[in-house]
Design a protein around this ligand. Structure first.
Ligand SMILES: CC(=O)N[C@H]1[C@@H](OP(=O)(O)OP(=O)(O)OC[C@H]2O[C@@H](n3ccc(=O)[nH]c3=O)[C@H](O)[C@@H]2O)O[C@H](CO)[C@@H](O)[C@@H]1O
Ligand SMILES: C=C(OP(=O)(O)O)C(=O)O
Length: 425
């Protein structure tokens, strides 16, 4: 009989102590893809946690002929793409990773063709790739769709590309492709998330010429070649935010080590409005619960610097214990409320109008223990938070999801005094 694995939380214990933030998955994934661009030599990326999505990306890279040496203890990966040999991405891997799409530019530049079957990732509703494909076409690629997308071409020329919506990976992909397209490209209505900034700095270290970082208009001058680099990836604001909200929901006081407070400004504001005490001490954030009921909150998800959609499920857990009604509006994805079903198993009272992208949370909830099966990373984080506030036993199945986004989660919470265990039966 096959083994079943789950995370078990016996909540109701206040947190104390310190926790270190992991490297950023969503910054590292495009860096891994771009490390296939140099024609010879090894690139070294540091601060790379062994998350499921990152391990799948390594497998994709090995499949196309790159040598990938990963040192998990040192959180360091060494990539040598000198001998890339194939451009067909296998569905068994791409269906597990949304960021598979980020491998298109490097394979196009190196081999002149990419075949990409369906891509995976969190099931959040329609997640189109039309901006990516339209952008590649504007740069001169031939794009054909069907069961799999085939993108091909040899010579690319800079172009102006406007994104109808500031897509995160769309911006990364077109920025990467513009680096090897002759002349100047302009990406208008680009996303400006911190991971894109960090990734652009990675490309700049490789020799790319990118201007306008942090703004909605990026200008990229094509360069003849990109070189291998050594780069230390930024820390993960989503991992930092999970621990901030953990202190808010479980009570107690913790220090979160390795935070860029500017990246977390809106989450910090919202949590302080709820009554959570947050003190910023350089790159350490001290978070304490107020010792009384939290206030309800209104949240509307927006592209950066607005409230991040990836924090929407987690702040919903927090709003469940607030004293009154919270309004949570999702504006990035059309189906990002799967955690509502799981929170209801724990006793939450939530009125959901998915069509309208609105959840009204009727707090305060006294959570009761339940077995849950969240279907994506951030839904799993949401339940983990609710479990910390629940005096009974909560279990989280489908641990593959949390392992996609947060490394060694049980040990890092145990370090803070929480009873969070990984159980295999
Ligand atoms: C690996 C990674 O970095 N994932 C992040 C990235 O996903 P991802 O880059 O996939 O998200 P996008 O920013 O592209 O998607 C935002 C919205 O734009 C739409 N859209 C996007 C592209 C496109 O070609 N056409 C289109 O219509 C999507 O359907 C969605 O409604 O940004 C999301 C939004 O911040 C985060 O939740 C994900 O954690
Ligand atoms: C949505 C996420 O990832 P992906 O875009 O890979 O599905 C995420 O990291 O929360």
């Amino acid at each position: 009989m096959s083994e079943r694995e789950f995370i078990q939380i016996n909540g109701g214990k206040p947190l104390s102590g310190s926790v270190c933030v992991q490297g950023s998955k969503n910054a590292i994934l495009p860096m891994l893809a771009a490390s296939l661009l140099p024609e010879k030599g090894c690139s070294v990326i540091r601060n790379v946690p062994p998350l499921n999505d990152i391990l799948v990306a390594f497998d994709i890279m090995r499949h196309v002929g790159a040598a990938v040496d990963y040192f998990p203890e040192e959180k360091t990966v060494c990539v040598d793409a000198t001998h890339l040999s194939r451009s067909d991405l296998p569905e068994a891997l791409t269906c597990r990773l949304r960021a598979s799409v980020l491998f298109i530019p490097a394979l196009l530049a190196r081999l002149g063709e990419v075949r990409l079957p369906s891509v995976g990732g969190c099931p959040l509703g329609a997640r189109n790739l039309n901006y990516h494909y339209r952008g590649f076409a504007r740069l001169g690629a031939e794009v054909t769709g069907g069961d799999e997308f085939v993108i091909s071409g040899e010579d690319f020329t800079g172009a102006t590309m406007y994104l109808d919506f500031p897509s995160h990976t769309g911006t990364e992909n077109l920025m990467m492709a513009a680096c090897f397209s002759k002349g100047v490209s302009i990406i208008e209505n680009a996303a400006s998330d911190p991971e894109i900034f960090d990734f652009a700095n990675f490309l700049i270290k490789m020799g790319a010429k990118i201007h306008g970082l942090g703004t909605r208009t990026l200008t990229v001058e094509g360069v003849p070649a990109l070189n291998p680099v050594e780069y230390y990836a930024m820390n993960d604001r989503l991992d930092a935010g999970l621990f901030m909200m953990a202190a808010g929901i479980a009570g107690g006081q913790i220090s979160i080590i390795g935070v860029n407070p500017a990246d977390l400004r809106i989450l910090t504001e919202k949590m302080m409005q709820m009554g959570v005490e947050i003190r910023i001490n350089g790159h350490v954030m001290e978070v304490a619960s107020p010792g009384k009921k939290l206030r309800p909150v209104n949240v509307l998800t927006c592209p950066y610097p607005g409230f991040a959609t990836d924090f929407q499920p987690a702040i919903m857990a927090l709003s469940c214990i607030a004293d009154g009604q919270s309004y949570i509006r999702e504006r990035i994805f059309d189906k990002r409320f799967s955690h509502v079903k799981e929170l209801r198993k724990l006793g939450a009272s939530i009125d959901l109008d998915e069509e309208d992208g609105l959840a009204i949370v009727n707090g305060p909830t006294r959570f009761k223990g339940a077995d849950t099966e969240p279907d994506n990373i951030r839904a799993a984080s949401c339940i983990l938070l609710a479990g910390l506030a629940c005096p009974e036993k909560t279990t989280i199945g489908n641990v593959y999801q949390i392992n996609r986004g947060h490394f060694d989660i049980e040990n890092r919470f145990q370090q803070l005094g929480a009873d969070v265990r990984r159980v295999k039966v």
